[in-house]
Design a protein around this ligand. Structure first.
Ligand SMILES: [Mg+2]
Ligand SMILES: [Zn+2]
Length: 196
């Protein structure tokens, strides 16, 4: 049995884009995110965060802050009746900082290391999955693993949509994560009705 997943970028998709979340108080959920993730939970989608956090390699904050921030994220979501099935992050940067954080790793999006880990641990099928994010790199990442790609216009989304040099286009562009989830859920209902 394999599961389908919705992979979520973090900054600008789940929480307000503030540059680097270098303090726990700078992590705040965007509107309707709790509702959106709850809907995914209710419809049986594995919900998995995949995030680049090069602020660690850059020396802006310690790796331990990422764990604190992720605890806060889970607590805030729990308060809205929602949960995440997995959270995967990359703390590296290819040419800033000092090793081991400075390295050409396999986990910094659009490289696919983090998703491969998630697929193994959670038994996921990427071809039946979606990736939602606010950057061009999230869309390229989705394509590399064979998932459908949705761009949200929160965070960097509006600017990316207008100015990014798109090599591959998103399958769908929406206002925010909630709208992305509505679309995903509707697509699935359409498909299952078609099969019956
Ligand atoms: Mg982002
Ligand atoms: Zn990495």
């Amino acid at each position: 049995m394999t599961y389908r997943a919705v992979f979520l970028d973090r900054d600008g998709t789940i929480n307000e884009e503030v540059g680097y979340v270098n303090h726990i108080e700078r992590f705040n959920l965007l509107p309707r995110v709790g509702q959106a993730i709850r809907l995914l939970n209710q419809h049986g989608w594995k919900t998995v965060v995949i995030t680049n956090q090069s602020g660690v390699a850059r020396g802006y904050f310690p790796e331990s802050l990422i764990h604190q921030v992720h605890q806060k994220m889970q607590d805030l979501l729990e308060g809205e009746g929602a949960y995440l099935d997995g959270i995967y992050y990359c703390p590296h940067h290819p040419d800033i900082g000092v090793p081991p954080y400075r390295q050409t790793c396999r986990c910094r999006k659009p490289a696919t290391g983090l998703i491969e880990e998630a697929v193994k641990e959670l038994d996921l099928d990427c071809s039946q999955s979606y990736m939602v994010g606010d950057r061009g790199v999230d869309i390229e990442f989705a394509r590399q693993v064979g998932a459908k790609a949705i761009l949200v216009l929160t965070g960097y989304g509006k600017g990316e949509w207008e100015y990014y040099k798109w090599k591959v286009r998103p399958d769908y562009v929406v206002e925010d994560l909630f709208e992305a989830v509505l679309w995903i859920v509707q697509q699935e209902e359409f498909i299952s009705v078609g099969e019956k």
